[in-house]
Write a protein that binds this ligand. Structure first.
Ligand SMILES: C[S@@+](CC[C@H](N)C(=O)[O-])C[C@H]1O[C@@H](n2cnc3c(N)ncnc32)[C@H](O)[C@@H]1O
Length: 214
């Protein structure tokens, strides 16, 4: 069993290193069309976006008129996101989501491709963070990889949490946490944590969900 803190440090370092090539790898036709999927989510009012990355979703949210506070640990990601949303109403925060506490409350907490990077041992604490960030009546909305994505990943055994290996264009290899949420199981897990959740599979590889505190 590896060390969880070390795995999380590797994950954070990977995302700092991949920032410059992230959009080439992930701004696929699929991801662009996910903007349409977000229209089916109950995103409203002031939005807190967790793990905003290069700001693909941040821009979409702000362009729809939401005031967005976007958090990410990687300064390299945030620099790209800042350029992408120039002129829109977005505040960026550089912080580690495993220790950060939201300074105020929001109507929506949104996270895309982040939940799968939260180790199972940190899941309850993560959802407490989300709960603390929501105003009464607020909702969490998320998009992520589902079980269908697992075959495309290099899954690692013997890690402190479910993990995969990712490679940069220079060939270097990095470990990150990666869970592949089954929609029904995730719904049950969230109910066990005190949330009323709706999680559904989308296009075989993805899950889209929303949740409110019971
Ligand atoms: C898969 S990317 C998702 C980015 C964006 N949401 C998207 O869908 O394109 C994961 C993001 O999590 C960020 N991240 C990794 N570890 C973090 C941590 N401990 N705290 C905050 N952000 C972190 C990375 O910098 C990266 O931008």
């Amino acid at each position: 069993m590896g060390d969880l803190d070390e795995l999380l440090r590797d994950q954070a370092a990977y995302y700092r290193a991949v920032a410059g090539e992230y959009d080439r790898a992930y701004e696929s036709e699929d991801l662009r069309s996910l903007n349409e999927l977000a229209e089916g989510l109950p995103i409203h009012g002031d939005v807190l976006e967790l793990a905003c990355g290069t700001g693909q979703w941040t821009r979409m949210l702000a362009a729809r008129g939401h005031r967005v506070t976007a958090v990410d640990a990687a300064p390299e990601m945030l620099a790209i996101a800042r350029e992408r949303v120039a002129g829109l109403d977005v505040e960026f925060v550089q912080a580690d989501l495993f220790t950060w506490r939201p300074p105020r409350q929001f109507d929506t907490v949104f996270f895309a491709f982040w939940l799968s990077h939260v180790p199972p041992a940190q899941l309850a604490a993560f959802w407490r963070l989300v709960e603390g960030a929501l105003r009464p009546g607020g909702r969490a909305c998320f998009v992520d990889d589902g079980p269908g994505q697992q075959a495309a990943e290099e899954v690692l055994a013997g890690q402190a949490a479910p993990a995969v290996r990712r490679r940069l264009e220079d060939g270097s290899a990095h470990r990150i946490v990666k869970t592949f949420a089954d929609p029904d199981r995730l719904t049950q897990t969230l109910e066990g944590l005190g949330w009323s959740a709706r999680v559904r599979p989308v296009r075989t590889k993805l899950v889209v969900g929303s949740a409110a505190v019971i």
